[in-house]
Every structure is written in structure tokens, then in C-alpha cells.
Design a protein around this ligand. Structure first.
Ligand code: GUN
Length: 292
């Protein structure tokens, strides 16, 4: 079997096209433009690329965006003061502090300071709590992107065994909540999975992943998942973005897994573009909340 590739790039473009119309309607109704402000501390090259992609995407759908660059020597208190200013600015609807922060800073302290109604990453404990109670305000962007691509290709998780490799706050944990929830805004196919979350200390990882009907790799280890770890016919979603000398690769060994999976997301061009599209979605939603 050769897997059908799940094209996140095209889906992200389609979602952005429909978002442009929603942004237009918002502007006409409220006489204001939804605005995302990103804060970047230091010169991390990958973060610079991510932030630039997010800003370009904002432009494409008609959202206002702003980037605050702080140099690597910025103190945590200075960053907190910056977040407070953005919290108080009614023209800013979404705030994104790009991670990772310099290691001397407490990311939790900074993220906790963001007004939860402007927290378009959905990292604030209030938003994590609402999600875990099944009444999310914002959906975290990458998990939401995974839901969107499964939805677009008509792939159901309901009643299926989903194995997620990786327990991060950004992807693995929130995704396990969403897929195991009782309902989903995308309908009955995107919830009620039986979810197993694996991590770097899971013994005999291959035995667990081989049980998955839907396998999601989000652990940040290049090509960790090979064909022997995948049940023939499984749906495989690769959330990893790893920089090797040879270029960007996912957490899935693409060449071998495409011979056994029924469906597979490529890297790049899979989940990455959807993360950005869902960030734009959350920014518009934050503006709607502010003007409700
Ligand atoms: N760094 C890597 N991924 C993300 C993300 O989704 N949001 C933020 N703020 N920083 C990141």
C-alpha cells in the first residue's frame, strides 16, 4: 500500500480564503481590524522564520499584525511589562509570545501574564482548564490543525485507537483531550477516540504504536517512527519539524511509513501550514470576543 498524502498546504490556503471573507465582514460590522501582536525575544533563527510566516499569513487574510522584537538581554520584568502594555491596548486582540524564551526566563510566568481573552496560543492555564473541561475558549493551534486535516479528508477517530507520541503542553496533551472528548465542533467523527499518550520513557514504544488506528507523532525526534512501528492501513499524522543538515524532516520516517500507512501527512506541507491558519482563526475569534 502507498499512503494517500494529506495536503495541509492546500487546506490551509482554502481555510485562509474563507477567513479573508470573515475578516472583511468583521471590519464592516465593527469598523476595526482584528490585530495579532507577536513578541520575539532574541535571535533564534527558527523562531524568526515562524514569526515571519505568521505575519505574512495575517497580511494575506487582512488581519493587522505587529512584531515586537526584544533583544536577547531583555529581562523577564521588561518582557512582563511589554505583555501588560499589550493586555491594556484595545487595538490588540491576540498576543503571541514566541517560544522558546531564553532559558533564564520562566515561560510559565510570562504566559500566565497574558490576558486569557487575548491568548491566541491557548497556553494560559485558564484556557487549558476550559479545554480540559470540554468548553474551550480557544483551541490550541497545532492540535486544531490536526483535527482540521482529519476532518477535511473524512477520517474518523470515533471509537478508534489513537496513539499520540509526545506529551507536550503545545501538542500531545491538548490533542489527547480533544480527540478523547465527548464532542467536537467539527462533528461526531473528531471525538470519542480511545487515546494513549506515549513519551520518551514509554517501554516498548513500537508495541504501543503498532496498535494504533491513528498514529500521531509529536515528540520532536527526527524519523523516530518507522514502518515496523505502524499498523498496515493506519492513518499517520506527523507533527514533528526537525532541522537536519539535509533539510526539514518530521518525526516519521516518511519513505518507509508511506509504504504501510493508508494516509500520511508530509513534512513540510502537512500540519505546519495549518498551525498558522488556526492562529489566524483564533485572532479573529479573540476580536469577536472583544467586540461581543
Ligand atoms: N514555538 C513553537 N511553536 C509555537 C507555538 O505554537 N506558539 C508559540 N508562541 N511559540 C511556539
Amino acid at each position: 500500500m502507498t499512503a494517500q498524502l494529506l495536503d495541509g498546504k492546500t487546506l490551509a490556503r482554502e481555510l485562509q480564503d474563507s477567513m479573508r471573507e470573515k475578516v472583511d465582514r468583521f471590519r464592516q460590522r465593527h469598523g476595526a481590524v482584528p490585530k495579532l501582536t507577536a513578541v520575539l525575544v532574541g535571535e533564534d533563527p527558527a523562531s524568526q522564520v515562524y514569526v515571519r510566516n505568521k505575519q505574512q499569513a495575517c497580511e494575506r487574510v487582512g488581519l493587522a499584525s505587529d512584531l515586537i522584537r526584544l533583544d536577547a538581554a531583555t529581562t523577564e520584568d521588561q518582557l512582563l511589562a511589554c505583555v501588560m502594555r499589550l493586555n491594556a491596548d484595545p487595538a490588540v486582540h491576540g498576543i503571541l509570545v514566541q517560544l522558546p524564551l531564553p532559558s533564564r526566563m520562566s515561560a510559565n510566568r510570562v504566559l500566565d501574564a497574558i490576558d486569557p481573552r487575548k491568548d491566541v496560543d491557548a497556553f494560559h492555564p485558564e484556557n487549558v482548564g476550559l479545554l480540559s473541561q470540554g468548553r474551550p475558549r480557544f483551541l490550541p493551534c497545532t492540535p486544531h490543525g490536526v483535527l482540521q486535516i482529519l476532518h477535511r479528508y473524512g477520517l474518523s477517530v470515533a471509537g478508534k485507537r489513537v496513539v499520540i507520541v509526545g506529551r507536550s503542553d503545545i501538542v500531545g496533551r491538548p490533542l489527547s483531550l480533544l480527540l478523547g472528548a465527548k464532542d467536537s465542533h467539527l462533528g461526531p467523527d473528531l471525538c470519542n477516540a480511545t487515546v494513549t499518550v506515549c513519551h520518551s520513557r514509554t517501554p516498548d514504544l513500537a508495541a504501543v504504536t503498532a496498535e494504533a488506528d491513528v498514529l500521531i507523532a509529536a515528540i520532536g525526534r527526527a524519523k523516530l517512527i518507522d514502518a515496523r512501528m505502524v499498523r498496515p492501513g493506519a492513518v499517520v499524522v506527523d507533527v514533528g519539524i526537525n532541522r537536519l543538515e539535509s533539510g526539514l524532516v518530521g518525526d516519521v520516517d516518511f519513505e518507509s511509513v508511506r509504504e504501510v500507512a493508508s494516509h500520511l501527512t508530509p513534512v513540510p506541507g502537512g500540519i505546519g501550514p495549518l498551525t498558522v491558519a488556526m492562529l489566524l482563526h483564533n485572532t479573529l475569534h479573540a476580536a469577536e470576543l472583544a467586540h461581543a
